[in-house]
Ligand binder design. Sequence first.
Ligand code: ADP
Ligand code: MG
Length: 695
Amino acid sequence: MRARYVDAGRAKQLEALGIQRVGDLLHHAPHRYLDLTSTAQLGVVQPGEATVVGTVYEVVKRITRGRGGKRLTITEVTLVDGTGTLIGVWFNQPWVEATYKKGQTLAFSGDIKYRSGLKQIIQPFVEKIADEATNAPSQQDASNTEGRHMGKVLPVHGTTEGLSVGWLRRLVAAALDDYAQVSEYLPASIVQERELAPYSWALRNLHFPAHLEGAQLARKRLAYGELLDLQLLIARRRYRMTREAVGHAHKPFGSLHQSLVEKLPFALTEDQNQAVNEILDDMASQHPMQRLLLGDVGTGKTVVAAHALTVAADSGGQATMMAPTEVLAQQYANKLGPLFDDMGLSWGLLTGSTTPADREVLLQQLAAGEIKILFGTHALLEDDVQFQQMTLAVVDEQHRFGVQQRKSLHAKGESADVLVMSATPIPRTLTLTAFGDLAASYLRQRPIAGAGITTKKIKFSKIADAYDAIHAAVNEGRQAYIVCALVEESSKIEAQSAVQMMEELAAGEFSNCKVEVLTGRMKPAEKAQIMNQFRAGKIDILVSTTVIEVGVDVHNATVMMVLDADRYGLAQLHQLRGRVGRGKHSGEVWLVSDSFSEAAKERFAALLETDDGFRLAELDLKQRGAGELLGTRQSGIAKLKVADLTKDEDLIEAARQDAFALIADDPKLEADECALLRVRIDALEDKYETWKVAG
Ligand code: ADP
Ligand code: MG
């Protein structure tokens, strides 16, 4: 922030709020408003959300014993207005007592409830209406006059330690006076069609609306603006990748492809067929494919990818299929390798545990074009891994790879077609934004319905029930997973240690079973060996960290116990439990947790209620925000200040439609009405370099 407004100390505090320039400040949307345009009298106001104004009659602090005999401080501030009274109640916030004084005029905002015949609000949001000057955060308050807030809608901005709501509000007001006369940069046609408020009006009304509807309209305009920026970046990038860039025009329906279709022991599902068609259309085009294949574990993505791999080989190219873990890469090789051998299609597997000798031979064959398909992990990104001509890259769970890794993969082939697969259900709003530069294909049905799963949530005191279920399964020749959170004891988080757990269980409860451990810290070769043994049924119980999370597919494993289940996100728990019950034996999942947190309870309730990965993903997004799901695809999205990915689906759709239409007509935004927009988008593109990165 400019020194003109704030000193260095304040600037630092503002930075903590993501505010570095005046523009950031103007887009710092209030998280709530205090509507003082028409406040109800205390005697008349009804229970529910409301804002009321009154004079402080008394401030009382009491100490009592709460649940479990714990000391509880209760502070009560009673407001009166001649028609009635209302009490604000705070728990364990003793500072409240010194903050408010008899005689002050306060506005309370919150949820009014009746308790013992009295109206009260638990922890209301409070605004001092009169007598504010005695608590002045700065000199400017001297100008305050009694009741100057009345009849207004007051913005409540998010603040940080040391910054008062009042100070920030005045700063915003000053900045608005100087800067809000900005020109409209949106094309007039869009403003008209979407019925958007003018830019400068919106900036003012976001903060100081005359009424709440004004704030809504302002928010809509600014959120749309942010989303249009983002969608224009996406649309441009997609235009460059799929219209301007020239890659390989693959030829579908060649002999290897036909041979695959004949050798597969089943027909594709409708979803799979559609996905294959979409992929083959993209591959046949001379422009590079940029496509996302979305489907829960077990929906048959591997088989769909296999079609693409054979088409690449048929067209004289090479293809690679990259997984985030060695276990998964190995699994591809196990599934598709024998099929490809049978078809006479040469393939290789390159991971961190490939021996140097094997690796050398592999690299030679790869460079000579003798190996057509290469499965692997990020080990295949190393510089000396050279293809003769790589024309297709399939990347699984791409968000687990960094930008740099994606760049390296892309550099292996010239304008190669890219197919990104994900078993992580992605909410629609993220598909349209974070993954918005990829066309999406969906697999919603499972080809093998599976016997299904039941999910149960128990406390640690009931863990014997889960043990019994594991014993019962093992006795019937089935297998089980025990999932625990950390590999080594951590003093910070008292989670179960997989290794210690394994030793205890192997020696005690499950001494009659074969128990092994799989952790993220083990060497890849060790992991692969354990997984192979588990797959072969030589291990009864696999104690594991979340390395089994993605993709592992062992139909004979039917029971899963997740310890400290509250430590996992919803999407993660859903993925974990997807490991069982997919075959002909039904699965049981035991979530063990002693947590009482509301968020954890909500997650468990959702998991017990639905098996729909997309619905769970929406909830996960609401609970945890976009960060976890996005990985390296955050840039641009993290910058959204007004728009909200959990709420603005309609606006996202609108902005996307408009942006793609604009770019399709006028890729460089050369039309007169786009002049200001073009400058803006060019600058943003320079700022978020990643949007220029391919793949
Ligand atoms: P994903 O990669 O999406 O987790 P897979 O491709 O591994 O799923 O498929 C899961 C299982 O379903 C595999 O055993 C696979 O052979 C089988 N499968 C895939 N497609 C079909 C189909 N159309 N009909 C019957 N079985 C199928
Ligand atoms: Mg192509």
